[in-house]
Design a protein around this ligand. Structure first.
Ligand code: DGL
Length: 337
């Protein structure tokens, strides 16, 4: 853990920065190729001397991975270290640097398990630190600016990218390479931040952080939940294989309003009878999957993901399965979080 080298006035708020890797810490390896998770947390802070005007920053390297390698073990370590920092009265909030590929899943997991009302802001970048016009430094500056803003507390876990502030529950990565990759298609942005100037919009949606019944990640491994991507001509093969492999939950990234082909539906009903929780989400990336529209969820014992995309639905289902197997109780979680 290191205090930032710049002489930040003692009157400034204290931000703990936890680094996990990602492109924000990436460096080119030759031509257009680059390696994520190359720079350290200290290097990221040192590259933005203007941070000294916003906060006193301590840093901690929790992991050094590209976020396609993010997993439950790192989630738990990150949650524990973030919680420990936030439990220090002198710490105003936390900023977490992270790859963009799975940032939305980590953010939502933390949104459900952190016992805090303090600001927690995740930040990444679409260009490596060695790129022309790298976006990481400004994203990091804006993330710290959002975290130290007096009105940031109580908004749940947030993500800052490309001058936007997203709620962890709402955000999704929608483009492979563009700076404007992140969208919040259903309920919109938490706010905007431009060169450190923050504009907040509405309050955080649904229950989160200190208001979550999952605050404090449950002990033991999370139950395995797989996502099955639906498509024209979908059969039952992958559903049956996931059940055989021991999945305790399935999230169907269904076509349209969470739909799936008849043979896949039959496999889903059999999975429910075998004790596997089946959630219908949508591959469309927006909107609400509701119960009993084209699919008779009540008869099948399925759960509708409501507003959550497949990767967010998986996070909530894993946590929910640590509490209950009852489809009705699980369904209630998707109208609560
Ligand atoms: N490998 C990707 C990741 O770490 C790079 C994408 C990024 O961080 O922007 O998520």
């Amino acid at each position: 853990m290191m205090l930032n080298p710049m002489s930040s006035p003692a009157s400034l708020p204290r931000i703990h920065l936890l680094a996990t890797g990602g492109t924000i810490a990436g460096a080119h390896t030759g031509g257009r190729s680059y390696a994520a998770a190359t720079l350290t947390a200290e290097a990221l802070v040192a590259a933005v001397p203007q941070l000294a005007g916003l906060a006193r920053i301590t840093t901690e390297q929790v992991a050094g991975i590209a976020s396609q390698d993010m997993d439950e073990q790192v989630w738990r370590q990150l949650a524990a270290r973030t919680q420990a920092a936030l439990d220090e009265p002198a710490v105003t909030g936390a900023v977490i640097t992270h790859g963009t590929d799975t940032m939305e899943e980590t953010a939502y997991f933390l949104n459900l398990v952190l016992r805090t009302a303090k600001p927690v802001v995740l930040v990444g970048a679409m260009r490596p630190a060695t790129a022309i016009s790298a976006d990481g430094p400004m994203n990091l500056y804006n993330a710290v600016a959002a975290a130290v803003h007096p009105a940031a507390a109580g908004r749940g876990v947030l993500v800052v990218a490309n001058d936007e502030i997203h709620f962890a529950r709402e955000i999704a990565k929608t483009n492979t390479t563009q700076l404007a990759t992140f969208r919040s298609p259903n309920r919109g942005l938490a706010g905007l931040v431009n060169t450190g100037r923050v504009h907040w919009f509405g309050p955080a949606p649904r229950r989160h952080t200190a208001g979550s019944e999952f605050a404090a990640a449950p002990p033991g491994a999370l139950p395995p939940v797989e996502i099955i991507h639906a498509h024209a001509g979908m059969g039952r093969t992958l559903i049956d294989a996931a059940v055989r492999a021991g999945a305790q939950g399935l999230v169907i990234a269904g076509v349209g309003n969470g739909n799936l082909a008849a043979s896949a539906l039959a496999a889903g009903r059999e999975a429910v009878r075998a004790g596997v929780a089946v959630v219908r989400s949508s591959r469309t990336g927006g909107g609400v999957v509701e119960r009993d529209i084209e699919v008779d969820d009540s008869a099948a014992g399925f759960i509708a993901a409501e507003e959550l995309n497949p990767q967010k639905a998986r996070v909530l289902l894993m946590l929910g399965l640590t509490r209950t197997r009852d489809p009705a109780a699980l369904q209630a979680l998707f109208t609560t979080y």
